[in-house]
Design a protein around this ligand. Structure first.
Ligand code: SF4
Length: 466
């Protein structure tokens, strides 16, 4: 039923706002698409830390009473879809700890490719871990870092990490916003009157009418305190590896990511797809919601009318139970329903963002045909996914990815489509409008440039600040 790559997590933080926890709650609402398994907020008034977190969606986790238990002018929040570490309350974030210098709360978006090795090393030294989450590894490293200014301790801990991380970290004195030196995951800074806010995506800033200021840069440690902002760049510059799948599927279309509006990029992908895989058709329909931008772009360039052919039920929870006997493909039908009036007798071009296992796409093609379509042409606004992600995205094993063992024509036959066209790698990267060299595309190419068979841990920090 849910044959997608799953996003990793969403982060939000605020400094100096009288209703800090309430604002974080709103921010997490806007970031709910980035994780639906747990939600949490840690708040402080500069002395005590208060944490509330639970399994479930933001709306279910936070009641007015719960938010009242989060006093203070500073807070961070997190929505989680489990990546490393299983899905349970112990792994919900923010995670808090008492370090020698005082309390710390941390929330993480990404995945550390060397977390297991670091965990084993520290366990051999007697460390006891509370969770299976790799975020706790960062806290243990921080606790073991040599004495010195907190930013230097942070640089020591981060210097041991390999992989993808955007972090928000709260101490009694400062809120830290951090991106790994490759910049895999987004993190952006905004201004809400006298308060500073940081968020995974700009759609969270829009909700509270905060002004976008700038992205946190790859490798940057931004400290926000009552003294203002200070930026530290303790590591040598690295190549950029921004996750191109954020544009393909994960990010919300109304967010601006790395300088480009996500919806605009998806439309550009659709336009490029129409150039690369033209087809005779009567209507172009999206698989809602993620295929909408690319379908609009495809329609623009091909001149084929854009139509709505599948209606999505937005109220399907993750706990839907499919009957074992009887109605087949019920799972997809509860989520999507075809519009017979639109599809009947038509040559339909159906646009989606990606194919993972192919099981859902096959059901969608069948559904469109059963609704009376004369032909079904599938167009995908990204290249074939052939490799799993190790950088914070929940993906199936390589064997389960249909494109890892089947070519496009075999996949077309499996889907039951009249034709199938995938956007090329070059076409996808061109549509971002950025330098193609700035992106990770390992799930399409197997070109893992960090951490996988290329251990580059223990970078010595070149400590500098501005
Ligand atoms: S492997 Fe794919 S999903 Fe993972 S970071 Fe790279 S582009 Fe994103």
């Amino acid at each position: 039923m849910d044959d997608r790559f799953h996003d990793e997590c969403g982060l939000f933080g605020i400094w100096n706002h009288p209703e800090a926890a309430n604002v974080v709650y709103l921010g997490l609402y806007a970031l709910q698409h980035r994780g639906q398994e747990s939600a949490g907020i840690a708040a402080t008034d500069g002395a005590a830390f208060h944490v509330e977190k639970a399994m479930g969606w933001v709306a279910d986790v936070f009641s007015p009473e719960r938010l009242r238990r989060l006093p203070g002018h500073r807070a961070i929040g997190h929505v989680r879809y489990s990546t490393a570490g299983s899905s349970n309350l112990k792994n919900a974030q923010p995670i808090t700890a008492s370090a020698a210098r005082g309390p710390v709360a941390i929330a993480h978006n990404g995945n550390l490719t060397n977390a297991e090795a670091l965990r084993r090393e520290m366990e051999r030294d007697g460390a006891i871990f509370q969770s299976t989450s790799d975020t706790e590894v960062i806290l243990h490293l921080l606790a073991r870092s040599p004495a010195g200014p907190f930013e230097e301790q942070l640089a020591y801990a981060l210097g041991r990490l390999t992989g993808a991380y955007s972090l928000v970290l709260l101490t009694p004195d400062a809120l830290y916003a951090i991106r790994d030196p490759y910049g895999f995951r987004p993190l952006t800074l905004g201004r809400l009157r006298d308060a500073w806010v940081v968020a995974s995506e700009t759609c969270a800033l829009d909700l509270m009418e905060a002004e976008p200021v700038r992205d946190i840069e790859p490798g940057e440690i931004l400290a926000i305190s009552d003294a203002g902002l200070s930026s530290f760049r303790p590591f040598p510059p690295k190549e950029r590896l921004q996750c191109v799948f954020e544009y393909v599927y994960f990010a919300r279309p109304d967010s601006t990511l790395w300088g480009a509006n996500v919806h605009g990029v998806r439309k550009a992908m659709g336009r490029q797809l129409a150039l690369e895989h033209p087809v005779e058709g009567d209507i172009v329909i999206p698989v809602p919601d993620s295929g909408v931008g690319a379908a609009l772009g495809f329609s623009d360039t091909s001149g084929i009318a854009f139509e709505v052919g599948l209606i999505r039920n937005h109220y399907v929870g993750r706990t839907f139970i499919e009957p074992k006997q009887g109605i087949r493909h019920f799972g997809v039908k509860v989520k999507l329903n075809p519009l017979r009036e639109t599809l009947g007798g038509r040559r339909v071009v159906v646009v989606d963002d990606s194919i993972v296992r192919g099981t859902t796409s096959r059901k969608i093609v069948k559904m469109i045909r059963t609704a009376g379509a004369r032909e079904v042409h599938v167009r995908i606004s990204s290249p074939p996914i052939q490799w799993p992600c190790y950088y914070g995205i929940d993906t199936p094993t390589r064997k389960e990815l249909i494109a890892s063992s089947h070519d496009a024509d075999e996949i077309r036959r499996y889907l039951g489509a009249d034709s199938l066209g995938y956007l090329s790698l070059e076409g996808m990267l061109k549509a971002t409008g950025s330098d193609p060299a700035n992106f990770c595309h390992a799930c399409f190419t197997g070109n893992y440039r960090v951490g996988i068979g290329r251990e580059d841990t223990l970078q010595l920090p070149l400590f500098s600040s501005q």
